[in-house]
Design a protein around this ligand. Structure first.
Ligand code: PMP
Length: 462
């Protein structure tokens, strides 16, 4: 039972034609969209066969498409939506901000001070915080700060870990559901300064550190895609100790985990103090944002445009951005942190994800389909079970080839199951191989998701 389940062409065509019937308006919009945007979508993860639906309204745990269909949403703005869609407190605060400032005056606001103070209170490792506009920008800035602070260039990342799509770190990334990917358009010599090591392999990390001048080690602290491939117990602590002993910075990318797994992020759960923390998503309450935090010395590398300042000149790091600390994101971020402090959102999201993963696992077993699921806090991972038997591959090139092959199988599985999940009423919208619950998903939502998966997996069995 280890093979990735396949659908016959007849079954596949049936699914696609039912989906097309249900989403006629979306189909028309998609034809138009393709004329103006490559692929017709603006984020490659939201695309699925034969085309994605177009959203008319989003509320709580649900989204509604232009054809009037309703879906339980487990995409949750790529993991951002721990409060669910359109949370009232965030809406109220941001509408007020727009009335007062418009979108962004591009000058200082007190809101940015309040926002940074709140982040600092929740993340004691961050004496200072700098807002940018996306997680991708934040990882770029974190690396620049680490290089400037240590005077070294090389960065070690873990195979598969995603740190945004910038040239700096988009290397050997595992895109959930599509395996290992690289992007064309980045010069190969660019990678002279980035090294990857397999997760959980302390020897490789030690060797990399011994043989190179490393500025920093960067990781998704709960493993690739927040637990899609988790670290073994205690590994992160070992990395912390090793980096400290060697005077190397440790960067935690908490773009997903920061406001999802705990208020205080994965670092709170793990009891580890990274040198630099990267934020995104929740810290801006649903508006475009990224941020970098760290201790006073590291963040003190940020320079100012004042020749009389001791922080002026080529020894300092420049980071700009028209939209940095725009008051809408600041207000939404503050409202989100306040809501998370008051309510049980994180706890509820975790509970729902646990229930869902457990039941999905049982559905796979009951139907005897090679399918399983697990959760890491409020992140659900699902798909064909991984082959664990067979000879261990030791050659690096063969290992990479096996990862690429496996990725292709999983991608095919995801491209089949995603449209099939949309057919239920309500349908279920989810990312390849993973999804996120929010604090407002109900037991009924979870029941709907289970029933959609069950119907899908039955099609394989028919
Ligand atoms: N790091 C991680 C761990 C992420 O999951 C993401 C986005 N999913 C990013 C960085 C990039 O953030 P953004 O999409 O805001 O650029």
């Amino acid at each position: 039972m280890s093979e990735v389940p396949q659908l016959t062409e007849e079954k596949y065509n049936r699914i696609i034609s039912s989906y097309e019937k249900k989403t006629q308006k979306s189909k028309k919009i998609y034809e138009e969209a393709k004329k103006y945007a490559s692929l017709g979508v603006h984020h490659y993860l939201v695309w699925h066969r034969p085309y994605p639906f177009f959203v008319k309204k989003a509320q709580g745990s649900r989204v509604f498409d232009v054809d009037g269909n309703e879906y339980v949403d487990l995409v949750m703005t790529m993991g951002l939506g721990i409060l669910g869609h359109n949370p009232p407190k965030v809406r109220e605060k941001t509408v007020k901000v727009i009335e007062e400032y418009g979108p962004h005056p591009g000058l200082c606001t007190e809101l940015a001070v309040e926002w940074a103070k709140k982040v600092n209170k929740l993340f004691p490792s961050c004496d200072k915080i700098k807002a940018v506009n996306s997680g991708t920008e934040a990882t770029m800035l974190a690396v620049r700060l680490a290089r400037a602070y240590t005077g070294r260039n090389k960065i070690v990342k873990f195979q598969g870990h995603y740190h945004g799509w910038n040239d700096v770190l988009f290397y050997d990334v595992f895109a959930a559901g599509s395996g290992t990917i690289f992007s064309k358009g980045i010069p190969e010599n660019h990678w002279e300064n980035i090294m990857t090591v397999p997760p959980n392999d302390m020897d490789s990390l030690e060797n990399a550190i011994k043989e190179n001048e490393i500025a920093a080690v960067i990781m998704e602290p709960l493993g690739q895609t927040t637990g899609g491939s988790p670290f073994k117990y205690g590994f992160q602590k070992e990395v912390r100790e090793l980096t400290k002993e060697n005077d190397i910075l440790l960067i935690f990318d908490e773009v997903v985990t920061g406001f999802r797994v705990a208020l205080g992020g994965a670092q709170k759960i793990l009891g580890i103090r990274p040198d630099i923390t990267i934020f995104g998503k929740g810290v801006g309450g649903g508006f475009p944002i990224g941020a970098v935090g760290g201790n006073d010395n590291i963040m003190g590398m940020l320079g100012v445009m004042d020749p009389k300042s001791d922080r002026y000149g080529p020894h300092y790091v420049i980071s700009a951005g028209t939209f940095c600390a725009n008051p809408i994101a600041m207000a939404a971020g503050i409202a989100t942190m306040e809501e998370l402090e008051k309510g049980d959102y994180i706890k509820n999201a975790n509970l729902r994800a646990e229930e869902l993963a457990q039941r999905l696992k049982e559905v796979g077993e009951d139907l005897e389909v090679n399918f399983s699921a697990n959760n890491v806090y409020s992140v659900i991972h699902f798909g064909p079970k991984r082959e664990t038997s067979g000879p261990a591959i030791t050659d690096a090139a063969q290992k990479l080839a096996a990862r690429l092959r496996r990725g292709l199988d999983e991608l095919e599985f995801n491209q089949m199951i995603r449209p099939a999940l949309l057919l239920n009423n309500p349908g279920v919208v989810i990312l390849p191989s993973h999804g996120y619950t929010s604090g407002v998903h109900t037991k009924e939502d979870i029941y709907n998701v289970i029933s959609a998966f069950e119907n899908c997996l039955r099609i394989y069995k028919e």
